[in-house]
Design a protein around this ligand. Structure first.
Ligand SMILES: CC(C)(COP(=O)(O)OP(=O)(O)OC[C@H]1O[C@@H](n2cnc3c(N)ncnc32)[C@H](O)[C@@H]1OP(=O)(O)O)[C@@H](O)C(=O)NCCC(=O)NCCSC(=O)c1cc(O)c2ccccc2c1O
Length: 260
């Protein structure tokens, strides 16, 4: 597969996969997800690779989730909602190698979900995290909600989703969403250090450990697949479209008329 939306580079035994859409704050469209699935699977089953790094190009954003300019009712790709999100999430979970999120800027919406699912997140002091779904007419009915609660606890996960606040790297570290925070200029060196430490270890032991960690929450994959059908129905409503329009028009959404 030729990549247009991502970059693929091998450094020592680490595959660095970078979302390369800085003009869209590294938001993903359908094609981006397909390329990410391909690259993660390629690295995951390449014997020369021991660890995968997921990154975003430029200074501003790791990833800001679904591309709101490629979103009208549903997104522009394949799958139930026009984005093969559940396949992408499963690819990160299923590859027998650790995946590290390298976060230098915004990890927002689906970008924050990617961090949540990755085995590790290493962040610059300038990174910011948060969910935006209920502000823009979206929600992740799978790992982004249920698995987030496993990572940061139920109360914090509900706060993150219901209030849609932004959290600094230090706050993310304190809540267990991030493994390490370093000054921006040390980020790549720190990530490479983690990669090199992993590379020294037994790949089979790590692969079994990863599967074993996944086992406890494996049912969430089924919930996510089913949840996509609910999300599709939601995306077809005026309530969801109001969220997307408000973001595009840079105004506050008016959701009150849809109160249940
Ligand atoms: C990221 C921000 C917090 C940045 O705010 P700031 O005020 O600094 O900058 P601007 O808001 O002015 O943005 C600058 C520039 O970037 C464009 N942009 C930012 N994000 C996106 C995006 N996601 N898509 C397209 N374009 C984006 C923005 O329009 C500006 O462009 P200009 O041309 O005007 O300069 C802030 O931008 C922000 O909060 N962004 C919201 C991002 C968003 O809505 N993301 C989608 C959330 S939904 C989602 O990710 C998602 C969808 C699904 O369907 C899922 C399904 C299943 C599981 C998970 C899913 C999922 O997570």
């Amino acid at each position: 597969m030729n990549y247009e939306d991502i970059l693929y580079e091998v450094r020592n035994a680490a595959a660095w996969i970078t979302i390369n859409r800085p003009q869209k704050m590294n938001a993903f469209r359908g094609q981006t997800c397909d390329e990410l699935i391909h690259a993660i699977t390629r690295a995951g089953y390449d014997r020369q690779i021991s660890v995968i790094v997921l990154a975003g190009a430029g200074d501003k954003a790791f990833c800001t989730g679904g591309d709101q300019s490629a979103h009208e009712g549903q997104y522009d790709g394949r799958g139930t909602i026009g984005l093969p999100m559940e396949e992408l999430h499963n690819a990160i979970r299923d590859v027998p190698k650790p995946v590290i999120a390298r976060v230098q800027g915004y990890a927002v919406g689906g970008g924050n979900v990617l961090c949540t699912i990755c085995d590790f997140t290493i962040a610059s002091e300038k990174a910011q995290f948060g969910q935006v779904g209920p502000k823009v007419g979206s929600v992740d009915p799978g790992y982004g909600t249920a698995f987030l609660a496993r990572v940061v606890g139920e109360k914090k996960a509900r706060e993150i989703w219901y209030l849609c606040r932004r959290y600094s790297a230090a706050e993310a570290l304190a809540m267990g969403l991030v493994n390490a925070v370093v000054p921006a200029e040390q980020l790549d060196a720190e990530v490479q250090k983690w990669c090199d430490e992993i590379t020294e270890k037994s790949p089979t032991a790590i692969a079994i450990a990863k599967r074993s960690f996944n086992m406890d929450t494996a049912h969430q994959s089924g919930i996510a697949g089913m949840g996509m059908y609910a999300l599709k129905l939601y995306y077809d409503t005026e309530e969801s479209r109001e969220g997307v329009r408000a973001f595009q028009e840079k105004r506050k959404p008016d959701f009150r008329r849809y109160a249940k």
